[in-house]
Structure formats: structure tokens, C-alpha cells
Design a binder for this molecule. Sequence first.
Ligand SMILES: Cc1c2[nH]c(c1CCC(=O)O)Cc1[nH]c(c(CCC(=O)O)c1C)Cc1[nH]c(c(CCC(=O)O)c1C)Cc1[nH]c(c(C)c1CCC(=O)O)C2
Length: 350
Amino acid sequence: MTVNPAPRPTKTILRALAGERLPTPPVWMMRQAGRYLPEYRATRAQAGDFLSLCYTPDLAAEVTLQPIRRFGFDAAILFADILLIPQALGMDLWFVTGEGPRLSTITTGAELAALKPADAVHETLAPVYETLRILSRELPRETTLIGFAGAPWTVATYMVAGRGGLEQAPAHALKDQDRATFQGLIDLVTEATITYLSAQIEAGAEVVKLFDSWAGSLRGQDFDDFALEPTRRIIAALKQRHPQIPIIAFPREAGDRYIGFGRATGADCVALDNSVAAEWAAEHVQKDGCVQGNLAPGHMVTGGQALVDETRRIVAAFSDGPHIFNLGHGITPDADPDNVALMIQTVRGG
Ligand SMILES: Cc1c2[nH]c(c1CCC(=O)O)Cc1[nH]c(c(CCC(=O)O)c1C)Cc1[nH]c(c(CCC(=O)O)c1C)Cc1[nH]c(c(C)c1CCC(=O)O)C2
């Protein structure tokens, strides 16, 4: 039997992820479906609340498609949330308007043991897979469909504290006081994430991204044990099951730990926040492969010449290698959609 070589990808995002330098970088935006868009606010009102929106496939697919219709981004990211995994493992989850997520907490071995096993998550998460199936039918043929999950450290910070924001302290405390329980929690979330992302790929995700929003609060060996190692394990397991699917890792605010992160974890692309300079990242991170991100989300609020100049500077800094244009973190609700259009026009050479 002869084995045909893998066909060369045609979608721009997949080409960049395969290591190709493109004359114009493909572009999408973290939180591109969100409250800065009036059409998102209307669909969210129709759903009633944020979690109902996540678990209603027709509506979740609709909000995923809205920024594609309005702006023609090169990728669509599944509409869901990183905290659906703790909920699928049996924790309570709710969102307080204006404040963010709340969860029941895990701080003891007994509470950890009471959670469901990793492969029970499909029961709760089945609607997410249905959203992906709808999207793979409805997206324009040039648009790449991205699935995602939170990385175990970030998800664990919410599971231990019961809330997010600046409160990673409870997770640090558990890690330092009862490392075995904390490691058990990381292991459970790691296994659940592997099975969740595999199912997302089987439902149509062409790329998956791991959000480690609080990676920057880990230092030294802790960074290796809880940011790098779980990410490496997830990527190794996914590559074994789905070798053709590219993976983006986002160890936000990792600073100089961005160096070598792609090689150490097997990620095809490293997403950069806006605390590192593009020129520095081009030299130290992009030399190993594709990078994504870096524009400060505040420019989507303030716009003007500063937005144009900074967008051009980032495009130029990464122009010698594979690059996907994106923000350094999610777009905020006070952003102006016209500034998004201006950013895209600038990236595409307008
Ligand atoms: C930490 C984290 C969460 N969720 C996520 C992260 C990692 C990325 C990051 O650091 O921002 C990831 C996420 N959350 C959401 C997506 C969908 C895809 C996308 O558009 O990027 C993705 C990829 C939708 C969402 N997730 C949330 C919203 C706003 C909900 C609303 O409509 O009221 C959206 C569109 C809610 C959410 N969800 C979470 C928080 C802290 C909040 C409240 C803060 C806020 O309101 O922005 C947890």
C-alpha cells in the first residue's frame, strides 16, 4: 500500500500553522464574538443568560458566525467557555453579571474524589460538539474552525478559588500545602481536556487552542510542573490521536518562559500576550515556529493612528516568519467595532 503525502493545507490559518510565511498574515481576534457587538447582545438576550447561550447549539453557532459575517476573519473560534469543563466534572458554575464566573470549590482530597471521572464530561458537553458540527457545515470554505479549552493550571485556579480575576492565591496555597491533591486535580483536568478536545476535533474543529491565562503567576519549577507539563501531555495525547490537527498554546504573561515553550510542549504555534515586544518575540519565539497575537486590546477602544501604527509595527516585526495576527488578550465590551474593521484593513494592507 502506498501512503500519499498529506495534502498541503489551503486555508491561510492552516498554512501559517504549518510554518509557512505568508505575504499577508491571516487574522482573527480573541473574544471576537462578544459584548462589543450589538448582534451578540441581541442573541445573548434571546438565550437568557451566558451559559444557556453556550449550551444552545443553534445560538452558540449563530454568535460564532456573527463576527465572520461582519468582518470576514480568517478563523472562527467556537463559542463556549473554559469553565464548562469544571461544570462537566460535577461542579456548580454560574455567572454574576458585571462580576464574572463563580464556582463551587475544590480544596480537599475528599472534594476532588467526589468529582466525576474524565470521560463523563461528554454528557454535559455534547451540545458543544453539536455547535461545532453546525459550524463545520455553515462556515465559508476559507474560514478555519478553532476549538479550545483552558489549560489545566488556569482551570484549576478557578476550581480552587471558586472565582477568577486576580485570585490565583488559593490555587498557589493548595499547591504549596497539599501538592498531592493539587497534582491530582491537575491530572483530572488534563485527562478531561484530552477527551474534550478529541471530541471537538471529531466534531469538526480544525485547530485547537489551550488558554493558560494565569500561566504568568507560576515561577521556576512550578511553571514547568503546572504550565508546561500538562500542556505537553495534552498535546502529546492529541497528536497521537489526531496527528494532522495543529495546536496553539497561550501561556499568557509567561515572559521569558515563552522562549522554547513551543519546542518543549510540541505546540505548533505560541500565542503572545501584549506584555512582550514583537521584535523580541520575533527573535526568541518565532525562530521556532508560528506565533500569534500581541496587539494590546485597548487599541480596539481607542483606535486612530496609534492603532494603525501599532498594527503595522507588529506585522513588520513578524514578517520574516509564520504569523497569525491577533490581540494579546480578549477584546473588551467597550471596544468599537469600527476599530476592528480598521485593524483588519491595516493588516490586509489597506
Ligand atoms: C479565563 C477565561 C474564561 N473564559 C475564557 C478564558 C481564557 C481566555 C481569557 O483569559 O480571557 C475563554 C473564552 N471565553 C469565551 C470564549 C469564546 C470564544 C472567543 O470569542 O474567544 C473563550 C475562548 C466566551 C466568553 N466568556 C465570557 C464572556 C462574557 C459573557 C457575557 O456575555 O456576559 C464571553 C463572551 C465570560 C467569562 N468567562 C471567563 C471569565 C473570567 C468571564 C467573565 C469575564 C468577562 O465577562 O469577560 C473565564
